[in-house]
Design a protein around this ligand. Structure first.
Ligand code: ZN
Length: 387
């Protein structure tokens, strides 16, 4: 078996049973402990975490991990495995060469593990590349994090999102196909509520795709089957639609208002604010955008960080998702950018870590992940260099 070692940016082969000295640990369950600890595991699961200070002189065991802290593996709650973070339009053309995409996806999956990420939630692609990846990992054919996949997103045909799913022109067409849609398999239902934000026009968002009544019906078809609903929504109008329709998480959510945050807290709706696709363009400058666009992006970023801080202080459920696959948001590596953005927004570091582990596990509908305690499988954990 293996354990993710973000400290060395790789996975380490480990036996099913062993012991190691580590520098300490942190988890939402056990809190922070930053003194030397003897970690022991059996049958691939943590069996004890014992402070070493009591018998420092007699410990003669293995020391290779003595500088590393043990943490629950990270979870990235918003990615697109089918996109390459380089060139969106070229990538869509590459979709005609499934073997190439498959090769890339396998590399991305490894990159997640190398960066300490043990589960991801994929926001969909029309050909089903991420759904395929999910099944390959599950069957043990590919090495990778656990993939929670929406398979194909539901949007209004002819509006934003044709690469995410086939789209439905109206609800009657949806009703006719509903059974087959669920039968093709999905872990969560993704609904596209609005179009994209614009990098050249502050406050402007692509139009809403559904009425409240329509969106409520879409959400109910999933909830009746016990399936969570993630909603791609930005702008005041679209976010209100999503809240009223009782979705489980709002993705992106640019231009969210304080009133909306309060409603989300009341309803227990999570927010995955995906800062990296905006922030990383500014963090890693290129000549791709005009001065006006850069200026607009700065305003959007500031506004988003401010709102994240408000959400935190109001007690809104917050997830950590990168939108990896977007330009400048590489699979695996970009989670550390997203963590940094959340810290920059004013959330204490360990509170950000809690959101990137246990809260994200809730958002994925996999509450058994994002934990470290006696009994946790070693391949759901990671080793980091510092806390
Ligand atoms: Zn996305």
């Amino acid at each position: 078996m293996y354990i993710s070692c973000s400290a060395e940016q790789r996975t380490l082969e480990i036996p099913d049973k062993g012991e190691m000295k580590i520098a300490g640990y942190w988890s939402p369950q056990l809190g922070l402990y930053s003194q030397p600890v003897l970690l022991q595991w059996e049958a691939g699961k943590v069996s004890s975490l014992q402070p070493l200070e009591d018998y420092k002189t007699i410990y003669k065991g293995r020391e290779e991990w003595h500088a590393y802290f043990l943490l629950p593996g990270w979870i990235d709650s918003h990615v697109h495995l089918s996109l390459d973070s380089l060139d969106f339009f070229q990538c869509l053309e590459n979709w005609n060469q499934p073997a190439l995409i498959e090769k890339n996806v396998k590399l991305y999956l490894q990159s997640y593990l190398d960066n300490g990420i043990i589960a991801i939630r994929d926001g969909g692609d029309l050909p089903g590349f991420a759904w395929q990846a999910k099944n390959k990992v599950k069957e043990g054919l590919w090495q990778g994090p656990e993939v929670v996949s929406v398979h194909e997103a539901v949007g209004r045909a002819g509006m934003y999102g044709r690469f995410l799913g086939r789209g439905f022109p109206d609800l009657s067409k949806w009703r006719k196909n509903e059974k087959d849609f669920f039968a093709q398999g999905l872990d969560q239902l993704k609904v596209i509520v609005t179009g994209l934000i614009r990098f050249d026009d502050f406050h402007k968002v692509g139009p809403s795709q559904w009425t409240v009544k329509e969106l409520k019906e879409l959400v109910k078809t999933a909830h009746d089957r016990g399936i969570l609903v993630m909603a791609h929504a930005s702008g005041e109008e679209g976010i209100s639609l999503a809240i009223e329709a009782n979705v489980d998480s709002i993705e992106h959510g640019y231009y969210m208002t304080t009133d909306q945050l309060e409603l989300m807290r009341e309803k227990g709706i999570a927010w995955v604010p995906t800062v990296a696709p905006i922030g990383n363009i500014l963090k890693y400058p290129s000549n791709r955008y005009s001065a006006h666009e850069i200026d607009t992006l700065k305003r959007i970023l500031d506004r988003q960080l401010e709102t994240i801080c408000k959400a935190y202080s109001l007690g809104v459920r917050l997830g950590v998702g990168t939108d990896a696959g977007a330009y400048q948001v590489p699979h695996g590596e970009s989670l550390s950018d997203e963590l940094d953005w959340m810290i920059k927004a004013g959330i204490p570091k360990l509170e950000v870590y809690r959101r990137a582990t246990s809260e994200n596990a809730q958002i994925l509908g996999r509450p058994e992940l994002g934990r470290l305690d006696v009994g946790t499988p070693m391949n759901q954990l990671q080793l980091v260099k510092e806390l």
